[in-house]
Write a protein that binds this ligand. Structure first.
Ligand SMILES: [Fe+2]
Ligand SMILES: [Fe+2]
Length: 203
């Protein structure tokens, strides 16, 4: 890059798409790090572990289905955000354990004992971590990097719904209380209306 943030004609070593957001005040290196941490949380610590958690909701087909939606939507979040890391000039660690260890949220490992209440509590707290992490990306990019902001806010929309789902289920299961999430059901499992830009369940 030449002085003044101008990318030279034909230069492949820098990107206008990066320099314009840097000029608006985005710390691009920090953003890439945060996106990698969030991608690791979506894929390695959430999608992977939610698969195990869902298996252990045996006997609760309704809970399983809701866990399945959260699980597949986290996979959609991973798919949505990874290309953005590369567009910004970053890359995924070429080592799965190293990637896993960079996750911005604690791994949602199967609790011991794996009771339904323990599993729902863990799911709830994982969603809360995701809300915090994606809100941080939104704050960092708002008004400066519309593309990252748009992706992060789509993901955040779904994380907020996930939290509400697990509050409803845990309130019912643990406390015998009704705290509605407003949720009925997604269309197909893993519908991801925001992050896949699908239409909402709105018959
Ligand atoms: Fe997610
Ligand atoms: Fe989630």
């Amino acid at each position: 890059m030449t002085k003044g943030g101008v990318v030279k004609h034909g230069d492949l070593s820098s990107r206008v798409g990066v320099e314009v957001i840097r000029a608006r005040g985005v710390d691009v290196e920090k953003l890439i790090k945060m996106l990698i941490a969030n991608a690791a949380a979506e894929f390695a610590s959430t999608y992977y572990y939610y698969t195990i958690l869902r298996m252990h909701l045996a006997g609760h087909e309704d809970y399983k289905e809701i866990c399945e939606d959260a699980r597949l939507e986290d996979r959609a979040h991973w798919e949505l955000i990874v290309p953005r890391i590369y567009e910004l000039g970053g890359e995924l660690p070429n080592d799965l354990p190293a990637f896993h260890d960079q996750a911005g949220c604690e791994a949602a490992k199967l609790p011991n004992p794996p009771t339904v209440v323990n599993i729902l509590t863990l799911l709830l707290e994982s969603e809360r971590c995701a809300i915090r992490s994606w809100s941080a990306i939104c704050d960092m990019t708002f008004g400066k990097d519309p593309r990252t902001y748009d992706m992060a806010s789509r993901i955040l929309n779904e994380e907020v719904e996930h939290e509400a789902w697990f509050i409803e289920l845990l309130a019912h299961e643990r406390d015998g209380k009704s705290i509605p999430s407003g949720h009925f059901r997604r269309g197909e499992p893993g519908e991801a209306p925001y992050s896949k830009n699908r239409r909402f369940y709105n018959p």
